[in-house]
Design a protein around this ligand. Sequence first.
Ligand SMILES: O=C(O)c1ccccc1N[C@@H]1O[C@H](COP(=O)(O)O)[C@@H](O)[C@H]1O
Length: 224
Amino acid sequence: MINGVRLKVCGLTSLVDAEAADAIGADALGFIFYPKSPRGITLTQFAAMKDRLPPRKKVAVCVEPSAPELAALVGLGFDHYQIHFGTETPFPIMAGWSHLTGRNRLWLAPKLPPEQDVKPDWLPLADTFLLDTFHADKFGGTGETGDWAKFKRHRDTHPGKTWILSGGLKPDNVAAAVSATGAKFLDVNSGVELSPGVKDPARLKALVLALHHATKQDNPSYSA
Ligand SMILES: O=C(O)c1ccccc1N[C@@H]1O[C@H](COP(=O)(O)O)[C@@H](O)[C@H]1O
């Protein structure tokens, strides 16, 4: 936690990168189980490093998992399950996800087109929502910033939920993102990489320094 702002470092593919995220004080470590992602790992790869990972919250990131796929992830004992999904996903499927993980462990990450908001029906299914940048052909990892005003509007409208800001965050825009949205939970991924799937310790440090500076109590553009 950095001055009241939590940070997840996502797309970790190795112990070395998990340790780099731990070293900068990340609250949560994200692992992507999506074969189409350049940061994707398999359950076997995760299981091989699981016992040596730093003692931070572990988040399994997946895309529209089937019940058996999600059950396999739950079997590995993650703290949270971040599910990216299209907005036409049938409600009973989403309710099944919530039932399998428990709503306190579920992070719903809808692929929201510009004109669409989080549907009221979804709210009881999860305590936490992650808003990532919309991209017609991708579910995440776009490296592009999203609609910060939309994020702020959701956060203001539903203060009982945890809202995670995601999409294209990097050392040079994290201060502006926090200032524009008031986000208390950030998710970083490609903006702190050397190449897809390989984290850059220098960019991780720069991001944390920028976040420290942006959230200092005496910074006039920040309201805690
Ligand atoms: O990174 C991916 O390849 C990915 C693929 C499918 C679903 C989620 C994915 N990553 C998530 O995308 C966001 C934002 O990434 P970025 O900062 O824009 O690179 C992050 O939450 C990852 O969990």
